[in-house]
Design a protein around this ligand. Structure first.
Ligand code: CP
Length: 308
């Protein structure tokens, strides 16, 4: 069993992860690992191959592995023989030969996790594949929302979620669309026209809004996304126009948002661009709840895929 994307997962598959992850959050909302899970990965080795930068995903996967009693190995491009020309597929084959039991992979090639999963007989967990998918981020976003909306069943019907910013380059947005729609939410996408994908491209069958005000109208939650400059070649986005038209400051919170709208962001937050510091740290922000829940989700994913 692998987890590459959420496109083909059912609502029940998603709920299996979310329900299991609830076991890893205590009554105070903090990460926990109940006794019965502490040896779940005992004797199991997980390779964490991160060929793009990461703070939240990398640390939480390693931490989750350790909390379940597994062995974690971290490998980056610059510290591995990929730097000398070896293919990532061969790197994976070498880890299998050493006895590793599962691989968590982040890479800028959106085809890579599929290729690896096709060619090697080992569970693969996608930690972000270029502009493809980021399934564990979408699971943690869904869990953050179901807790914020007090919907323990996980059904998000009747809830409206706006995703604003650089949509076209965002693997988070694509996985969020798959996950949130399967759970019943209405999703609306908004951002500069050059950062919006074609509606007929896979994964983007969602409502569009022409402006921030239109996107925020009636929204129960907004997920803000940074401009992914590392994926933009050619036309440069004017940051000041982005801040003016799509960024959220305290004035926008008060004038354009519903009184109950909560704010999410997968991170890294570029303070002063998609959100001001005041809003990112304000009472509607669930940004650090997402990070906490991220550890729980990754424990659930590792347990379900690799646990004894
Ligand atoms: N949300 C997310 O993927 O953050 P990192 O790039 O820091 O892992």
């Amino acid at each position: 069993m692998s987890l590459i994307g959420l496109q083909n997962d059912s609502k029940d598959d998603l709920l299996d992860y979310l329900d299991l992850a609830e076991d890893f959050i205590d009554d105070e909302g903090e990460v926990c690992t109940p006794e019965r899970y502490r040896d779940a990965l005992s004797g199991r080795s997980v390779g964490h191959l991160f060929f793009e930068p990461s703070t939240r995903t990398r640390v939480s996967f390693e931490y989750a592995t350790d909390r379940l009693g597994g062995y974690s190995l971290f490998l980056s491009e610059k510290d591995s023989s990929v730097k000398k020309g070896e293919t990532v597929l061969d790197t994976c084959r070498n880890l299998i030969a050493m006895g590793f039991d599962g691989l968590v992979i982040r890479h800028n090639d959106r085809h890579l996790p599929y290729t690896i999963a096709d060619r090697i007989d080992l569970p693969i967990i996608n930690a972000g594949n270029g502009t493809g998918e980021h399934p564990t981020q979408a699971l943690l976003d869904a869990m953050t929302l179901r807790r914020a909306f007090d919907r323990p069943s996980g059904d998000l019907s009747g809830k409206r979620v706006a995703i604003i910013g650089d949509i076209v380059h965002s693997r988070v947005a694509r996985s969020d669309v798959y996950a949130l729609q399967k759970l019943g939410a209405d999703v609306v996408l908004a951002g500069p026209s050059m950062l919006l994908p074609n509606q007929d491209e896979e994964g983007w069958e969602a409502e569009r809004a022409e402006s921030r005000r239109e996107a925020l109208e009636g929204a129960d939650a907004v997920i803000m996304l940074r401009i992914q400059n590392e994926r933009i070649h050619g036309d440069v986005i004017d940051t000041n126009s982005f801040i003016r038209d799509w960024g959220i400051n305290q004035y926008v919170v008060e004038e354009e948002m519903e009184p109950h709208t909560v704010i999410l962001h997968p991170g890294p937050v570029i303070r002063g661009v998609e959100l001001t510091g005041e809003v990112a740290d304000g009472p509607r922000s669930l940004i650090f709840d997402q990070v906490t829940i991220g550890v729980a989700i990754r424990q659930a994913v590792l347990y379900r895929i690799l646990g004894r």
